[in-house]
Design a protein around this ligand. Structure first.
Ligand code: AMP
Ligand code: MG
Length: 325
């Protein structure tokens, strides 16, 4: 059912789960301080219980409810980037239920940049929410994706299509130097430029995988096999779905299976999961993605590379392997 703001807040306060919009992807939300409600998120999604959730807040006062002492770096980053797609991992108060943090002594927090959800959190208090997809399918970026995943059995606060389309940057403020556990729309360069805080990103470090359990699971995967290509083929297979960042070749004009973003990487990120889902719906056996340019700068390129590599089961692009010829 599509809910009004009032209905959504009443359901959440009575311990139910509701799908909520954010600027990144839709979340499946519950009252962060109600362990029984949070358990319903795991049951609904089929999510492993050691995979911690992000707590969504609407003010710095709410941050103080979650952590014993707000670190100075968290305050600086919050002022620079919140509301926005940046999640901060900090020490947790004992009142934050273990089920939210997967038993970790830390909690992941962010203030989403969506007016409906900020208004909702003002009524409910902090809401914890992972992405609203059924565990193992791509994150939802439109209400129809959630209806498809759960056969319309999950209630939704409809906030339209998500602006960014891929999940937030996750920063671990408990490590020195500060570590990027997951790349997103806020990059290391933006953080350095706006706050002077240096960060490290070591995607293959096993210790980081253990620190951010979500990164261990098969994420962002459609049913079709995802793979990279370094050159656009002369002919397009009907059984495959193509995502190209360069211009559409003339002979594919009008084909519903060949999508070109003409260098617009923001649009590529916004539509990535939507296209994964369309390819599955069309019954395509493969999703073939043009290698992302190694020499171009765009803030969404590291996050796009990360999500596509995970969707392809860890396969790297030809450029990343250094074998483009
Ligand atoms: P999702 O909500 O599905 O986008 O996933 C949330 C991400 O945040 C996962 O990759 C988690 O591993 C990560 N995360 C949540 N809480 C923590 C925490 N306390 N420490 C480290 N990573 C966390
Ligand atoms: Mg997720």
């Amino acid at each position: 059912m599509i809910l009004t703001l009032k209905q959504a807040s009443e359901l959440l306060l009575s311990g139910e789960v509701v799908a909520i919009p954010t600027e990144t992807v839709y979340g499946l939300a519950a009252d962060a301080f109600n362990p029984l409600a949070v358990e319903k998120i795991f049951l609904t999604k089929g999510r492993p219980s050691d995979n911690p959730l992000i707590v969504h807040i609407c003010s710095l006062d709410q941050l103080a409810e979650l952590t014993p002492a707000i670190p100075a770096s968290a305050r600086t980053l919050a002022e620079a980037f919140w509301p926005g797609p940046l999640t901060l991992v900090i020490g947790k108060r004992p009142e934050v239920p273990d089920i939210v943090t997967g038993g970790l002594p830390t909690v992941a927090v962010r203030m989403p940049d969506h007016p409906l959800t900020l208004a909702l959190i003002r009524l409910t208090g902090p809401l914890t929410a992972p992405s609203a997809n059924r565990s193992g399918t791509p994150s939802p970026t439109r209400p129809s994706h959630i209806a498809d995943d759960y056969n319309s059995s999950v209630d939704i606060l409809d906030g339209g299509e998500c602006k960014i389309g891929i999940e937030s940057t996750v920063l671990d403020l408990t490590s020195k130097p500060v570590k990027i556990l997951r790349p997103g729309a806020i990059t290391a360069e933006m953080i350095q430029h706006k706050t002077g805080i240096e960060t490290m990103y070591t995607p293959d470090d096993q210790k980081d995988l253990n620190k951010s359990p979500g990164t261990r699971y098969t994420h962002y995967k459609p049913k079709a096999t995802v793979r990279w290509i370094s050159r656009i083929p002369g002919q397009f297979k009907e059984s495959a779905y193509y995502l190209l960042h360069s211009d559409t070749p003339g002979d594919s004009e009008g084909s519903e299976n060949v999508i070109s973003f003409s260098g617009d990487f923001s649009l590529f990120a916004q539509k990535l999961y939507d296209h994964f889902r369309t390819a599955d719906w069309l019954g395509c056996s493969e999703i073939i993605i043009e290698d992302l340019p190694p020499d171009q700068f765009h803030p969404l390129l590291p996050a796009l590379r990360d999500r596509i590599s995970k969707a392809s089961g860890g396969e790297q692009s030809d450029y990343a392997r250094g074998t483009q010829d």
